[in-house]
Ligand binder design. Structure first.
Ligand code: SF4
Length: 261
């Protein structure tokens, strides 16, 4: 079966983007089966995940004043990483704050951590993250020159969509992050960040590619909605890949426009 990232690379080639995406390593070829089968001992059962230990004392919910007082992303992370303000907190393995350039001009916002992100404490590190990295690279950026965050910082069980209550409880943290980063453009990935940041509940299929504007910390920031990379992997059609690429290019063109235009 064709490797999904191979198809993404082919799409970029068709769109005239060459030399920005590394060739993919060929799929490893399995060695031929041995004729003599030696029975092996069954693998040990997987280790049980470490139990989450909530902090002692009253339920942790950082005061809004502490969030607003955070002068750097590091201060903000310290203030909120013990948060148990919504039902997602007790179930997390790791808090996923976000990562990238603290002064990034381009900010990506997804929905919430999945299994891999919860284990590593980093946003977009699974298959969807691999695709997002390719797309960011094709634009001429990297994880280190952009910033990647999510609407909620703790994993929803079974990767479900965060409830509106969970999302809104967490949203103040992301808004403070945005105030500190001061991005020139936000790209939302999927319907949930568009709903929570811009208050738009219309379908992402209808609204992707259409510029929106949001107010954060007294600044107006242009916002480009596009599909979530996990959706792109599920609906791996030329049409979907082309749409995402057009949306990302629109964001890049906005960043590249001459100052004052
Ligand atoms: S998802 Fe956000 S609000 Fe909920 S516990 Fe985690 S950090 Fe707190």
């Amino acid at each position: 079966m064709e490797h999904p990232l191979q198809a993404w690379r082919d799409t970029l080639r068709e769109l005239g983007v060459v030399g920005l995406v590394r060739e993919l390593a060929p799929e490893p070829v399995a060695p031929p089966p041995s004729r003599r089968v030696t029975p092996e001992a069954p693998p040990p059962p997987p280790a049980a995940p470490a139990a989450y230990a909530p902090p002692a004392g009253p339920v942790a919910c950082p005061p809004a004043a502490a969030v607003q007082a955070a002068a750097t992303l590091g201060d903000l992370q310290c203030a909120i990483e013990g948060c148990l303000a919504c039902p997602l907190g007790p179930g997390r393995m790791k808090f996923v704050f976000g990562e990238g350039d603290p002064a990034a001009r381009l900010l990506f916002v997804g929905e919430g951590p999945g299994r891999d992100e919860d284990l590593q404490g980093r946003p977009f590190v699974g298959k969807a993250g691999e695709l997002l990295d390719k797309m960011i690279g094709a634009l001429g950026f990297s994880r280190e020159t952009t910033y990647i965050a999510n609407i909620v910082k703790c994993r929803p069980p079974d990767n479900r969509t965060p409830t509106p209550e969970e999302a809104r409880t967490c949203l103040g943290y992301l808004q403070r992050q945005i105030e500190l980063i001061r991005p020139d453009v936000i790209v939302t990935l999927g319907a949930t960040p568009l709903r929570e940041l811009a208050g738009i509940t219309e379908g992402i299929t209808k609204l992707r590619g259409q510029w929106q504007r949001i107010q954060v910390g007294g600044r107006e920031i242009p916002l480009m909605p596009t599909f979530h990379p996990a959706y792109v992997l599920r609906q791996y059609t030329q049409e979907v890949r082309r749409a995402v690429w057009q949306d990302l290019q629109a964001a890049k063109e906005w960043l590249d426009r001459p100052a004052g235009s």
